[in-house]
Design a protein around this ligand. Structure first.
Ligand code: GTR
Length: 331
């Protein structure tokens, strides 16, 4: 058994013990294991920590959240797997790796599908976002309940070699992308070589030169200190990907309706809090980047957007067309 499998198996046993549904232990303490790739203090982590405090207050300590930040339980692929089997309860992940779980979610993973972060917010916090959460929760094999959406800012490309301003500048550069074919194809269409890899492997890959760069929002780049290995941050703004808070369906089914409602309510509150925390944290991250000598390069992304829309939409967007049109109609 691999270590990862062993961890998951141990987690399943522990979870089964913790969530045994006999009425006699219904009042027992419920400790919800939550995880995130980011460190304590990062907006997504802080919002879930606050959600835990609210749950404790509302239930006199009967329900609480134990947070495992900083990839302590592995990368996002592992988080999804552990939530599916009930080895953990709450995972805050990017929507990026969720495309392989529920393909419709990829409508939000397409490059340039949102005009700007405000447009993304309007869509995901409106009826289309609700519908997507329901699609996830109702999915027969996904094994996850969709709780809430969070902000993931706008993603830009950074690298260790040179300032990237045009598609020509990407030539020969290996750029790490999240594990979803849409993103690898996006990078290839922009002119670079997309390499799929988990976030948990990225810092090492940057350090050893396995990749020349990656792409992310300012908060991830700054809090992960990726500037130590890749100082050129080019404002390509190619992806605006929402973050999602998911809950293990296996555990969910063992909870009372009241507990489910309370978790849902506090999750929606954490969504609002995260969005507010994000705005501040983004500013702070840009200041950190400047203080650490990052070169922030303005980019005219018109040609990149055109190339990406042709290649990536041709290949991935056809089954999602109806959703895309509805997304773009949101003003
Ligand atoms: C971050 C996001 C993470 C993770 C990471 C990545 O912006 O918050 O959930 O997906 O990007 O690039 O893998």
């Amino acid at each position: 058994m691999t270590t990862r499998r062993a961890i998951i198996a141990a987690g399943v046993l522990a979870a089964a013990a913790a969530f045994a549904s006999s009425p006699a232990i219904a009042q027992q303490k419920i400790v919800l294991k939550a995880t995130d790739v980011h460190p304590l203090g990062y907006p997504t982590v802080e919002a879930v920590v606050r959600m835990g405090k609210k749950l404790e207050t509302a239930t006199n300590g009967r329900i609480s959240i134990q947070m495992f930040p900083s990839m302590q339980l592995g990368g996002e692929k592992e988080m999804i797997e552990q939530a599916q089997v009930g080895a953990l309860q709450i995972a805050r992940i990017s929507l990026g790796p969720m495309g392989s779980v529920v393909p419709e979610l990829n409508a939000f993973n397409l490059p340039f599908v949102f005009r700007d972060p405000d447009h993304m917010k309007k869509v995901v916090l409106g009826p289309i976002g609700d519908e997507m959460l329901k699609k996830l929760s109702d999915h027969p094999t996904a094994g996850l309940i969709g709780l809430a959406w969070m902000s993931g800012g706008t993603r830009n490309v950074y690298n260790s070699k040179k300032p990237i301003k045009t598609m020509e500048d990407f030539k020969g550069l290996k750029i790490r992308m999240m594990g979803n074919p849409i993103f690898v194809d996006t990078m290839n269409a922009m002119g670079g070589n997309g390499v799929a890899m988990g976030y948990d492997q990225l810092i090492n890959a940057l350090q050893t030169g396995v990749v020349d760069g990656a792409e992310n929002n300012e908060p991830s780049y700054a809090s992960g200190q990726h500037y130590r290995y890749a100082k050129y941050y080019s404002m390509t703004q190619h992806l605006i990907i929402p973050e999602i808070l998911v809950f293990s369906k296996r555990t969910w089914q063992t909870l009372s309706k009241e507990d489910q409602d309370l978790i849902m309510k506090t999750a929606k509150e954490s969504q609002t809090e995260q969005w507010a925390l994000w705005a501040e944290f983004e500013k702070k991250s840009i200041a950190d980047m400047k203080a650490n000598g990052v070169e922030i390069i303005p980019v005219d992304n018109t040609a990149m957007a055109a190339a990406v829309k042709q290649a990536v939409y041709e290949k991935h967007a056809k089954p999602l067309q109806a959703f895309i049109e509805r997304v773009q109609a949101v003003k």
